[in-house]
Design a protein around this ligand. Structure first.
Ligand SMILES: C[S@@+](CC[C@H](N)C(=O)[O-])C[C@H]1O[C@@H](n2cnc3c(N)ncnc32)[C@H](O)[C@@H]1O
Length: 359
């Protein structure tokens, strides 16, 4: 009886506390497995607020599987392209913050050379993925969330001599305050991975200058991100090891690229772990000792290098898990940006409340 009463009082207290807190709502577009959402959620919690993600969008069924395992019951919109302008209000719920790590392949160096090889268009001309920015723009202009956060590869800055980014900013700035985008590196924010990404934030109202977070430069060591007891299945075969070494030699002779990268547990950081890591692990082979074949990262290690928490569920086969980790955002960086975004919105709100009181 006493325990039941105690439980009831505790629950009431939590509810009371919650009703005084402010809720921040969001939609998670091109959600992948929800890296942006985890980061926003952490920032919102740190500010003592409540977080509600009203919708996520991703057309990849394996991403959906992982997303649903970690965030059950979030409404899903599969292909963002299917939402016509006149359906936006019906299909996209009202929200405060729009998150969108839109596909980067049409703008990345690797994506461009791949498309050139296949004689396919890149940038905005890529019909499948290059013009998805315009879908985001339509949603922003129709729904007018208070803020947004977009993420892409650093190379977006240089693509077409900077003209693609110029156009993106010009269009966003019609309705939003958009400070100059910032390129930030995961390795400067406590993650042992080199990963530079461009971030674009925007606000419906400008209350002051928005300042991106400063790097923490926390010391990192790859070892701290590795499994304590790595499974033997990640040790690469003699055949693969031989072909890595052969390719490296060939590349060195031709003076192009460096081939595989041996990573030592004592290294400060790894190379960028891309979505194709699972193919052969070339960008990061973990050293296991003299005359021993190196090993690949496990999917859990790949997620850890992106700042995903240990409790994050990985319900898909490793081929997909590597792709998902390689496509995700570095959570430590995005959390810091989200903290700044939400703080900026709160400042705006306080100004509004104070003005109302004064008038
Ligand atoms: C770079 S990943 C995003 C990663 C994500 N922001 C995160 O934090 O983990 C881009 C995602 O966009 C999805 N995508 C591509 N085209 C799409 C479309 N037309 N509609 C919805 N999602 C799409 C892909 O399946 C992929 O998962």
């Amino acid at each position: 009886m006493f325990l039941l009463r105690l439980k009831f009082v505790l629950k009431m207290n939590i509810m009371k506390k919650e009703s005084n807190m402010k809720k921040i709502t969001s939609v998670d577009l091109f959600a992948g497995v929800g890296g942006m959402r985890i980061a926003l959620n952490k920032a919102i919690k740190k500010l003592g607020l409540i977080d509600e993600c009203k919708l996520y969008s991703d057309l990849n069924s394996y991403c959906q599987k992982t997303y649903n395992a970690n965030f059950p019951n979030t409404p899903l919109l599969e292909d963002i392209k299917t939402v016509k302008i006149n359906e936006i209000n019906k299909k996209i719920p009202d929200h405060d913050i729009l998150l969108a790590g839109f596909p980067c392949q049409p703008f990345s160096k690797a994506g461009i050379s791949n498309r050139n090889f296949l004689k396919r268009s890149h940038g905005f001309k890529d019909k499948d993925q290059g013009n998805l920015f315009f879908n985001i723009l339509e949603i922003l202009n129709k729904k007018k969330p208070k803020a947004f956060l977009l993420e892409n590869v650093q190379h977006l800055k240089n693509y077409d001599n900077g003209n693609a980014l110029k156009l993106i900013l010009k269009l966003l700035r019609k309705n939003y305050y958009v400070p100059e985008p910032e390129v930030l590196d995961a390795k400067d924010f406590g993650l042992a991975q080199k990963r530079t990404r461009i971030f674009i934030v925007g606000f419906l109202n400008k209350n002051s200058e928005f300042v991106y977070p400063k790097p923490t430069y926390k010391k990192t060591k790859v070892e701290d991100f590795l499994d304590l007891y790595p499974n033997k299945e990640y040790v690469i075969s003699d055949l693969l090891w031989k072909s890595h070494k052969k390719r490296k030699l060939r590349n060195e002779k031709a003076g192009k690229g460096f081939g595989y990268k041996m990573t030592y547990p004592s290294d400060k950081f790894t190379r960028t772990i891309s979505s194709r890591y699972g193919k052969d692990g070339g960008e990061c082979l973990i050293y296991r000792g003299e005359n021993k074949n190196p090993r690949m990262l496990s999917p859990r290690e790949a997620f850890r290098l992106q700042g995903f928490p240990e409790k994050f569920k990985i319900p898909v086969k490793k081929t997909y898990a590597y792709q998902q980790a390689g496509n995700a955002v570095p959570i430590n960086v995005v959390e810091k940006i989200c903290y700044k975004i939400v703080s900026y919105l709160l400042l705006d709100e306080n100004k509004y409340i104070n003005n109302k009181k004064a008038s």
